[in-house]
Design a protein around this ligand. Structure first.
Ligand SMILES: O=P(O)(O)OC[C@H]1O[C@H](O[C@H]2O[C@H](CO)[C@@H](O)[C@H](O)[C@H]2O)[C@H](O)[C@@H](O)[C@@H]1O
Ligand SMILES: O=c1ccn([C@@H]2O[C@H](COP(=O)(O)OP(=O)(O)O)[C@@H](O)[C@H]2O)c(=O)[nH]1
Length: 471
């Protein structure tokens, strides 16, 4: 069996005790420790803009994983990460054409960093290694590795949505981006809708078609394309929640509630997460359902994210002002409706907070998957579970629609009504809904996800991803 070489922009720096806030790092960390191999990517450090690019990655061994970490210059990081990845691809792939900002300078930086990564990684690769590249920052990486003569099996997984062609074609270089995907042997998306959008794109743009055996021909290469919804470490997360009552943060939180029902939201500070719309829905709920005033507390945990991107700085102000205004208008001397916290909470405490909460509010405007939704379900007490209020536009809704209360986050009044329904839901209905979701995330967890994708990469013709059997 060849080694696994994982490539992703975000590599959790192997420093014990620092929780990675971001689903990709969370999903891959366990999988990497279990299988072992090389994890290659950005170190999280920057070099001054005038420095030369790094010539050799820093190699750090930890357990079964060797981390190969590359520092980026400020200029490279700005053009590739803050620029093309997060001001063009991120908004566009989250259906936000209004926020997309395309510049040739940022595009050049995107290709420059992909070339740098390929140049530094290629010499470390052995002939039978499996290479698995992750996410929108690194789409051209496969083509760059092929250009260096690598014939290894190459897989790519997109953690964020793949939008319909009318949106994708707003990207001036959409044709090159899709040609980049054709360099891989397996391309994985989060949901069947993303696969459908990809198929519609290649058909409409006349660059490929689906074969009768299910594979796709794209730019003349036969590749496997499928939905591999990312999971969580369900069992470990449940155990963390069971033991979290002793956690000092969880204890303090519980005591401070004074018997009120807890509503929880946990999201990076990102416009895709619909935090402002969620706060508005909560305000509407408090206005319409006056009997709940003083009887519930909404905790919104929101670590800051991508602060160098102007749209994120703008929304940081917007959300803080909104939370402040709602608290100003509705607080009482002994009650604050929203606790808005801009800090990262560690995994164990988070598990305990989810378990305390009667409602998990997960209402993104658009999200590739959303691991918080699955973690909330995993953390619940089977005898008295909470209710997941989930946006129909989260990838997780494809799996958790069997038990969650689905909501349209653009419909503020509808979300407010769903919140009241969640808080008032009788125990037997809560148990029934939760059980169905819990079964699903237990039957298909992060290990199954990794095995399904790697199985397809190792034996593309013969492997049927487990997900196909479950749905
Ligand atoms: O690395 P950052 O810029 O700090 O952002 C954090 C991660 O955000 C995105 O996560 C996505 O992957 C999750 C796991 O598959 C998924 O549940 C979520 O819906 C996605 O938004 C991004 O795609 C990652 O590359 C970032 O590391
Ligand atoms: O304070 C926080 C906030 C978030 N997270 C974790 O960050 C991940 C967020 O992943 P998700 O897929 O929900 O969204 P993303 O941020 O990747 O878009 C989840 O595992 C959360 O538990 C965390 O550990 N601490």
């Amino acid at each position: 069996m060849g080694r696994l070489v994982v490539v992703s922009n975000r590599v959790p720096t192997p420093t014990p005790g620092t929780p990675p806030a971001g689903g990709l790092a969370v999903a891959l960390a366990g999988a990497m420790q279990e299988r072992g191999g090389i994890w290659f990517g950005w170190s999280g450090r920057t070099l001054p803009a005038t420095s030369a690019a790094q010539e050799e990655p820093e190699m750090v061994e930890q357990g079964r994983v060797t981390y190969a970490l590359v520092d980026l210059t400020e200029r490279d990081l700005n053009d590739y990460y803050a620029g093309f990845s997060n001001r063009m691809l991120w908004p566009l792939l989250h259906y936000r054409m209004d926020l997309a900002d395309f510049t040739r300078v940022a595009l050049a930086g995107y290709y420059r960093v992909n070339q740098l990564f390929a140049r530094l990684l290629a010499p470390k690769v052995e002939p039978d290694d499996l290479i698995w590249v992750h996410d929108y920052h690194l789409i051209p990486m496969g083509g760059e590795l092929r250009a260096k003569g690598l014939t290894n099996r190459l897989g790519f997984f997109l953690h964020i949505p793949f939008p319909p062609p009318d949106i994708l074609t707003v990207l001036p270089n959409h044709a090159d981006i899709v040609r980049g995907l054709a360099a891989y042997d397996v391309v994985g998306f989060q949901t069947p809708s993303d696969v459908e959008n990809f198929e519609t794109y290649i058909r409409r743009e006349k660059v490929g078609h689906r074969l009768s055996d299910g594979r796709f021909v794209v730019h003349g290469r036969a590749i496997k394309v499928g939905a591999y919804p990312v999971g969580i470490e369900t069992k470990a997360f449940t155990e963390a929640a069971e033991h979290a009552a002793k956690n000092p943060l969880v204890k303090r939180m519980k005591e401070s509630l004074l018997g009120r029902q807890l509503i929880i939201g946990v999201d990076r500070l990102d416009y895709s997460k619909g935090i402002a719309e969620r706060i508005q829905a909560y305000e509407t709920f408090l206005t319409l359902d006056e009997e709940w005033r003083g009887r519930c507390t909404y905790l919104q945990v929101t670590p800051k994210s991508r602060e160098d991107v102007p749209e994120y700085a703008a929304m940081e102000r917007e959300v803080a002002e909104l939370a402040g205004r709602v608290n100003g208008a509705h607080s009482d001397l002994d009650w604050t409706p929203i606790r808005y916290v801009n800090r990262t909470v560690g995994r164990n405490a988070l598990a305990g907070l989810y378990r305390l909460a009667r409602v998990g509010l997960v209402t993104p405007l658009r999200d590739g998957m959303n691991l918080v939704a699955k973690e909330y379900v995993a953390a619940q007490d089977p005898a008295d579970p909470g209710v997941l209020l989930l946006s129909r536009f989260a990838g997780a809704a494809h799996e958790l629609d069997i038990g969650a209360l689905l909501t349209n986050p653009y419909d503020v009044d509808g979300t407010a009504g769903a919140l009241a329904r969640a808080l008032e839901m009788p125990l037997d209905e809560r148990v029934d809904r939760w059980r169905r979701m819990y079964d699903r995330i237990s039957k298909f967890d992060v290990t199954d996800w990794r095995k399904a994708f790697i199985g397809a990469l190792e034996e593309p013709e013969r492997t049927t991803p487990k997900i196909a059997a479950v749905r």
